[in-house]
Design a protein around this ligand. Structure first.
Ligand SMILES: [Zn+2]
Length: 341
């Protein structure tokens, strides 16, 4: 497989890059929804980010890529191996698993072989895509065309970090912690609002309209495709800096302070926008905290809230028949009202 395009070499698309970085720093932010034209590098960005992240240590032979250093999250097989004291580990790249549109539920969650279970009394489980995505990314192109019940299921697993498969009284559970990234073209069908709201962040990507940016994009792509190895080598230092910044942010995250004042601001913003429930505030707080950690700061400031409010809130606004301004515009107006121009 050719080496992925380096994350730092992606031209523009700052909002998408930031959203993906924050979700990688704190997966509890929830998935990222990327809306936009075809050919705007959505899938490239996810693959580039995964390739940039430090390799992960996994238990040899484990279907779920358990982390040997986190025994409390072990699958059943790893628990048994650990008890016997025979456990080897190896390093592997952070996975990016594609979920194809036609995938059956069995292929996604895994399949329980009932016949084998009944005839031989063995629990035979064929792990699915969710098992492979553990500790990495699950990417769905055109998520708006996926059946609602599958999207629902994916969001459940992503939120709980565990996949439970139940058939006829048999059940298998295994860890499945991943960042869900869904891309979609709004012209080809919309996601139900109930599903929209369960994604942490949403970003819009557009084909760049200014000349210098377009030229940059095309030039870099061309150089990369002619010699991927040399191009990756050229960007190695920049990618390395970013990798260290992400690692440092993950370590810093538990110490970043979110003051009452910051929570008050977040609540005011959500009230002004009339978002349903408290999910908006929760996401806004987590994303602002991850952003502060990424920038090496100790506390969430107005600036962090302000920067992250559009991707955290714009997909949670109810349609307002009296106000036909786009949701981005409405978030901007509320921000100005609360934080000042
Ligand atoms: Zn395991």
């Amino acid at each position: 497989m050719a080496q992925p395009f380096p994350f730092s070499a992606i031209v523009g698309q700052d909002e998408m890059k930031t959203a993906l970085l924050l979700a990688a720093i704190d997966p509890s932010i929830g998935g990222v929804l990327v809306f936009g034209d075809r050919g705007t590098g959505k899938s490239t960005a996810v693959r580039a980010l995964a390739a940039l992240l430090p390799k992960m240590r996994v238990v040899v032979g484990c279907h779920y890529g358990c982390d040997p250093n986190v025994p409390r999250a072990f699958c059943d097989a790893c628990r048994e191996h650990a008890a016997k004291g025979d456990m080897k580990s190896r390093m592997m790249p952070v996975p990016v698993i594609d979920l194809p549109l036609g995938a059956t539920e069995d292929r996604v969650v895994g399949a329980l072989d009932l016949e084998l279970a009944l005839t031989r009394g063995e629990k035979a489980f064929e792990p699915g895509l969710l098992a492979r995505a553990h500790r990495g990314f699950l990417y769905i192109d055109e998520v708006n065309l996926l059946e609602d019940h599958l999207v629902d299921l994916l969001l459940d697993v992503a939120a709980s970090g565990e996949n439970v498969v139940e058939r006829e009284g048999l059940s298998v559970r295994h860890p499945a912690r991943f960042v869900l990234v869904g891309s979609g073209n709004p012209e080809e069908g919309e996601l139900r609002p109930q599903l929209l709201d369960r994604f942490g962040l949403s970003v819009e990507v557009k084909t760049p309209e200014d000349l210098p940016t377009r030229i940059d994009v095309v030039r870099r792509r061309d150089i990369y495709e002619r010699d991927p190895a040399a191009f990756v080598e050229k960007w190695k230092r920049k990618d390395g800096q970013l990798r260290r910044k992400i690692t440092a942010a993950k370590e810093r995250l538990p110490q970043v302070e979110v003051s009452d004042k910051a929570l008050e601001r977040a609540a005011e913003l959500c009230i002004a926008l009339g978002t349903d429930g408290l999910r908006g505030e929760l996401t806004l707080m987590r994303a602002a905290r991850a952003l502060a950690a990424f920038e090496g700061e100790d506390a969430v400031s107005d600036m962090h809230l302000r920067r992250i409010a559009p991707p955290a809130l714009r997909h949670r606004l109810r349609r307002n028949v009296l106000d036909d301004a786009g949701s981005g515009v409405r978030v901007d107006r509320a921000l100005e009202e609360i934080f000042g121009a």
